[in-house]
Design a protein around this ligand. Sequence first.
Ligand code: GDP
Ligand code: CA
Length: 323
Amino acid sequence: MHITALAGGVGGARFLRGLRQHLDGRDDGPHDLTIIGNTGDDITLFGLRVCPDLDTLLYTLGGGVHEGQGWGRAEDTFSVQGELAAYGAVPQWFRLGDLDIATHIARSQWLGQGATLSQVTERLAHRWGLPEQRIRLLPMTDSPVETHVVLAGDEPSAIHFQEWWVRLQASAPVDRFVVAGMDRAAAAPGVLDAIREADVVLLPPSNPVVSIGIILGVPGVREALRGTAAPVVGVSPIIGGAPVRGHADACLAAIGVESSSAAVAGLYTDFLDGWLIDPADRGITVPGVRIVDHDGPLLMTSVETAAGIAGAALDLASALRSP
Ligand code: GDP
Ligand code: CA
């Protein structure tokens, strides 16, 4: 089976690690997983290109993530950042561990030598053992794109999404999100084919606005999702009206969408076939979408619970394939 998934950072990575474990436990393999990662979070800091969502996917799937945080490297130290602070170099609100910085140095060096982000990501994925797990990680685009936040107020001003999310904790009122560079962007090699040729397409419980929503804005992605013969199944990032972690509610409010599982599925109705929800949301309806509630909390509290959720999403996909 060829599975293709769209993914942001922590929510996406935890789900996909569970999916890999679920697939490894089946006897009908081998199964291939292609991940299309959000690059709207990307930012240049101290001259280094940082791709937060791709790195969270690499570290989580490669076994190197800081489990408690859900991002960054386990047991990292912060000597370089401390030294930068001593020089008065800014910004200091973005945490960069020493081990993590090596990733950004390697990426920036290879990009500087003319490699595409796809090629760089493939090299990084090799170090984290993704090919051995039959996982292919593709950036959504090779063009540099960045999600910016236009702040609400009399004097329009825009800041990088990371500054709004990390420094301001998503508290400043938003007028709108804009993706700088998207007008010149094209889907990275393999992205559209991975959607068209998949047996199943999954939307993990990633942020619907600034992760999935950004990937859907890449030219051709939405059309490929509408056109694919594969069932498209999503996992709700909202449980009982609240995001499980992060500030997805602030992002949804900014685009005028209610923080509810039904409203999030409503953003995808032009291509979504199935939607896995928490039992707390049982009874919601979305036109044209088969909704199934999970037989336990839709919470990825461990790799095992995430594997259970991933298995339920695949069960829903096969039910949709053979009605
Ligand atoms: P980010 O890029 O690190 O913000 O991560 P993602 O965009 O991939 O996912 C963030 C979203 O995942 C959050 O807004 C939550 O709504 C959702 N999420 C995180 N953990 C869980 C979980 O255990 N269960 C569910 N259903 N959703 C989760
Ligand atoms: Ca992210």
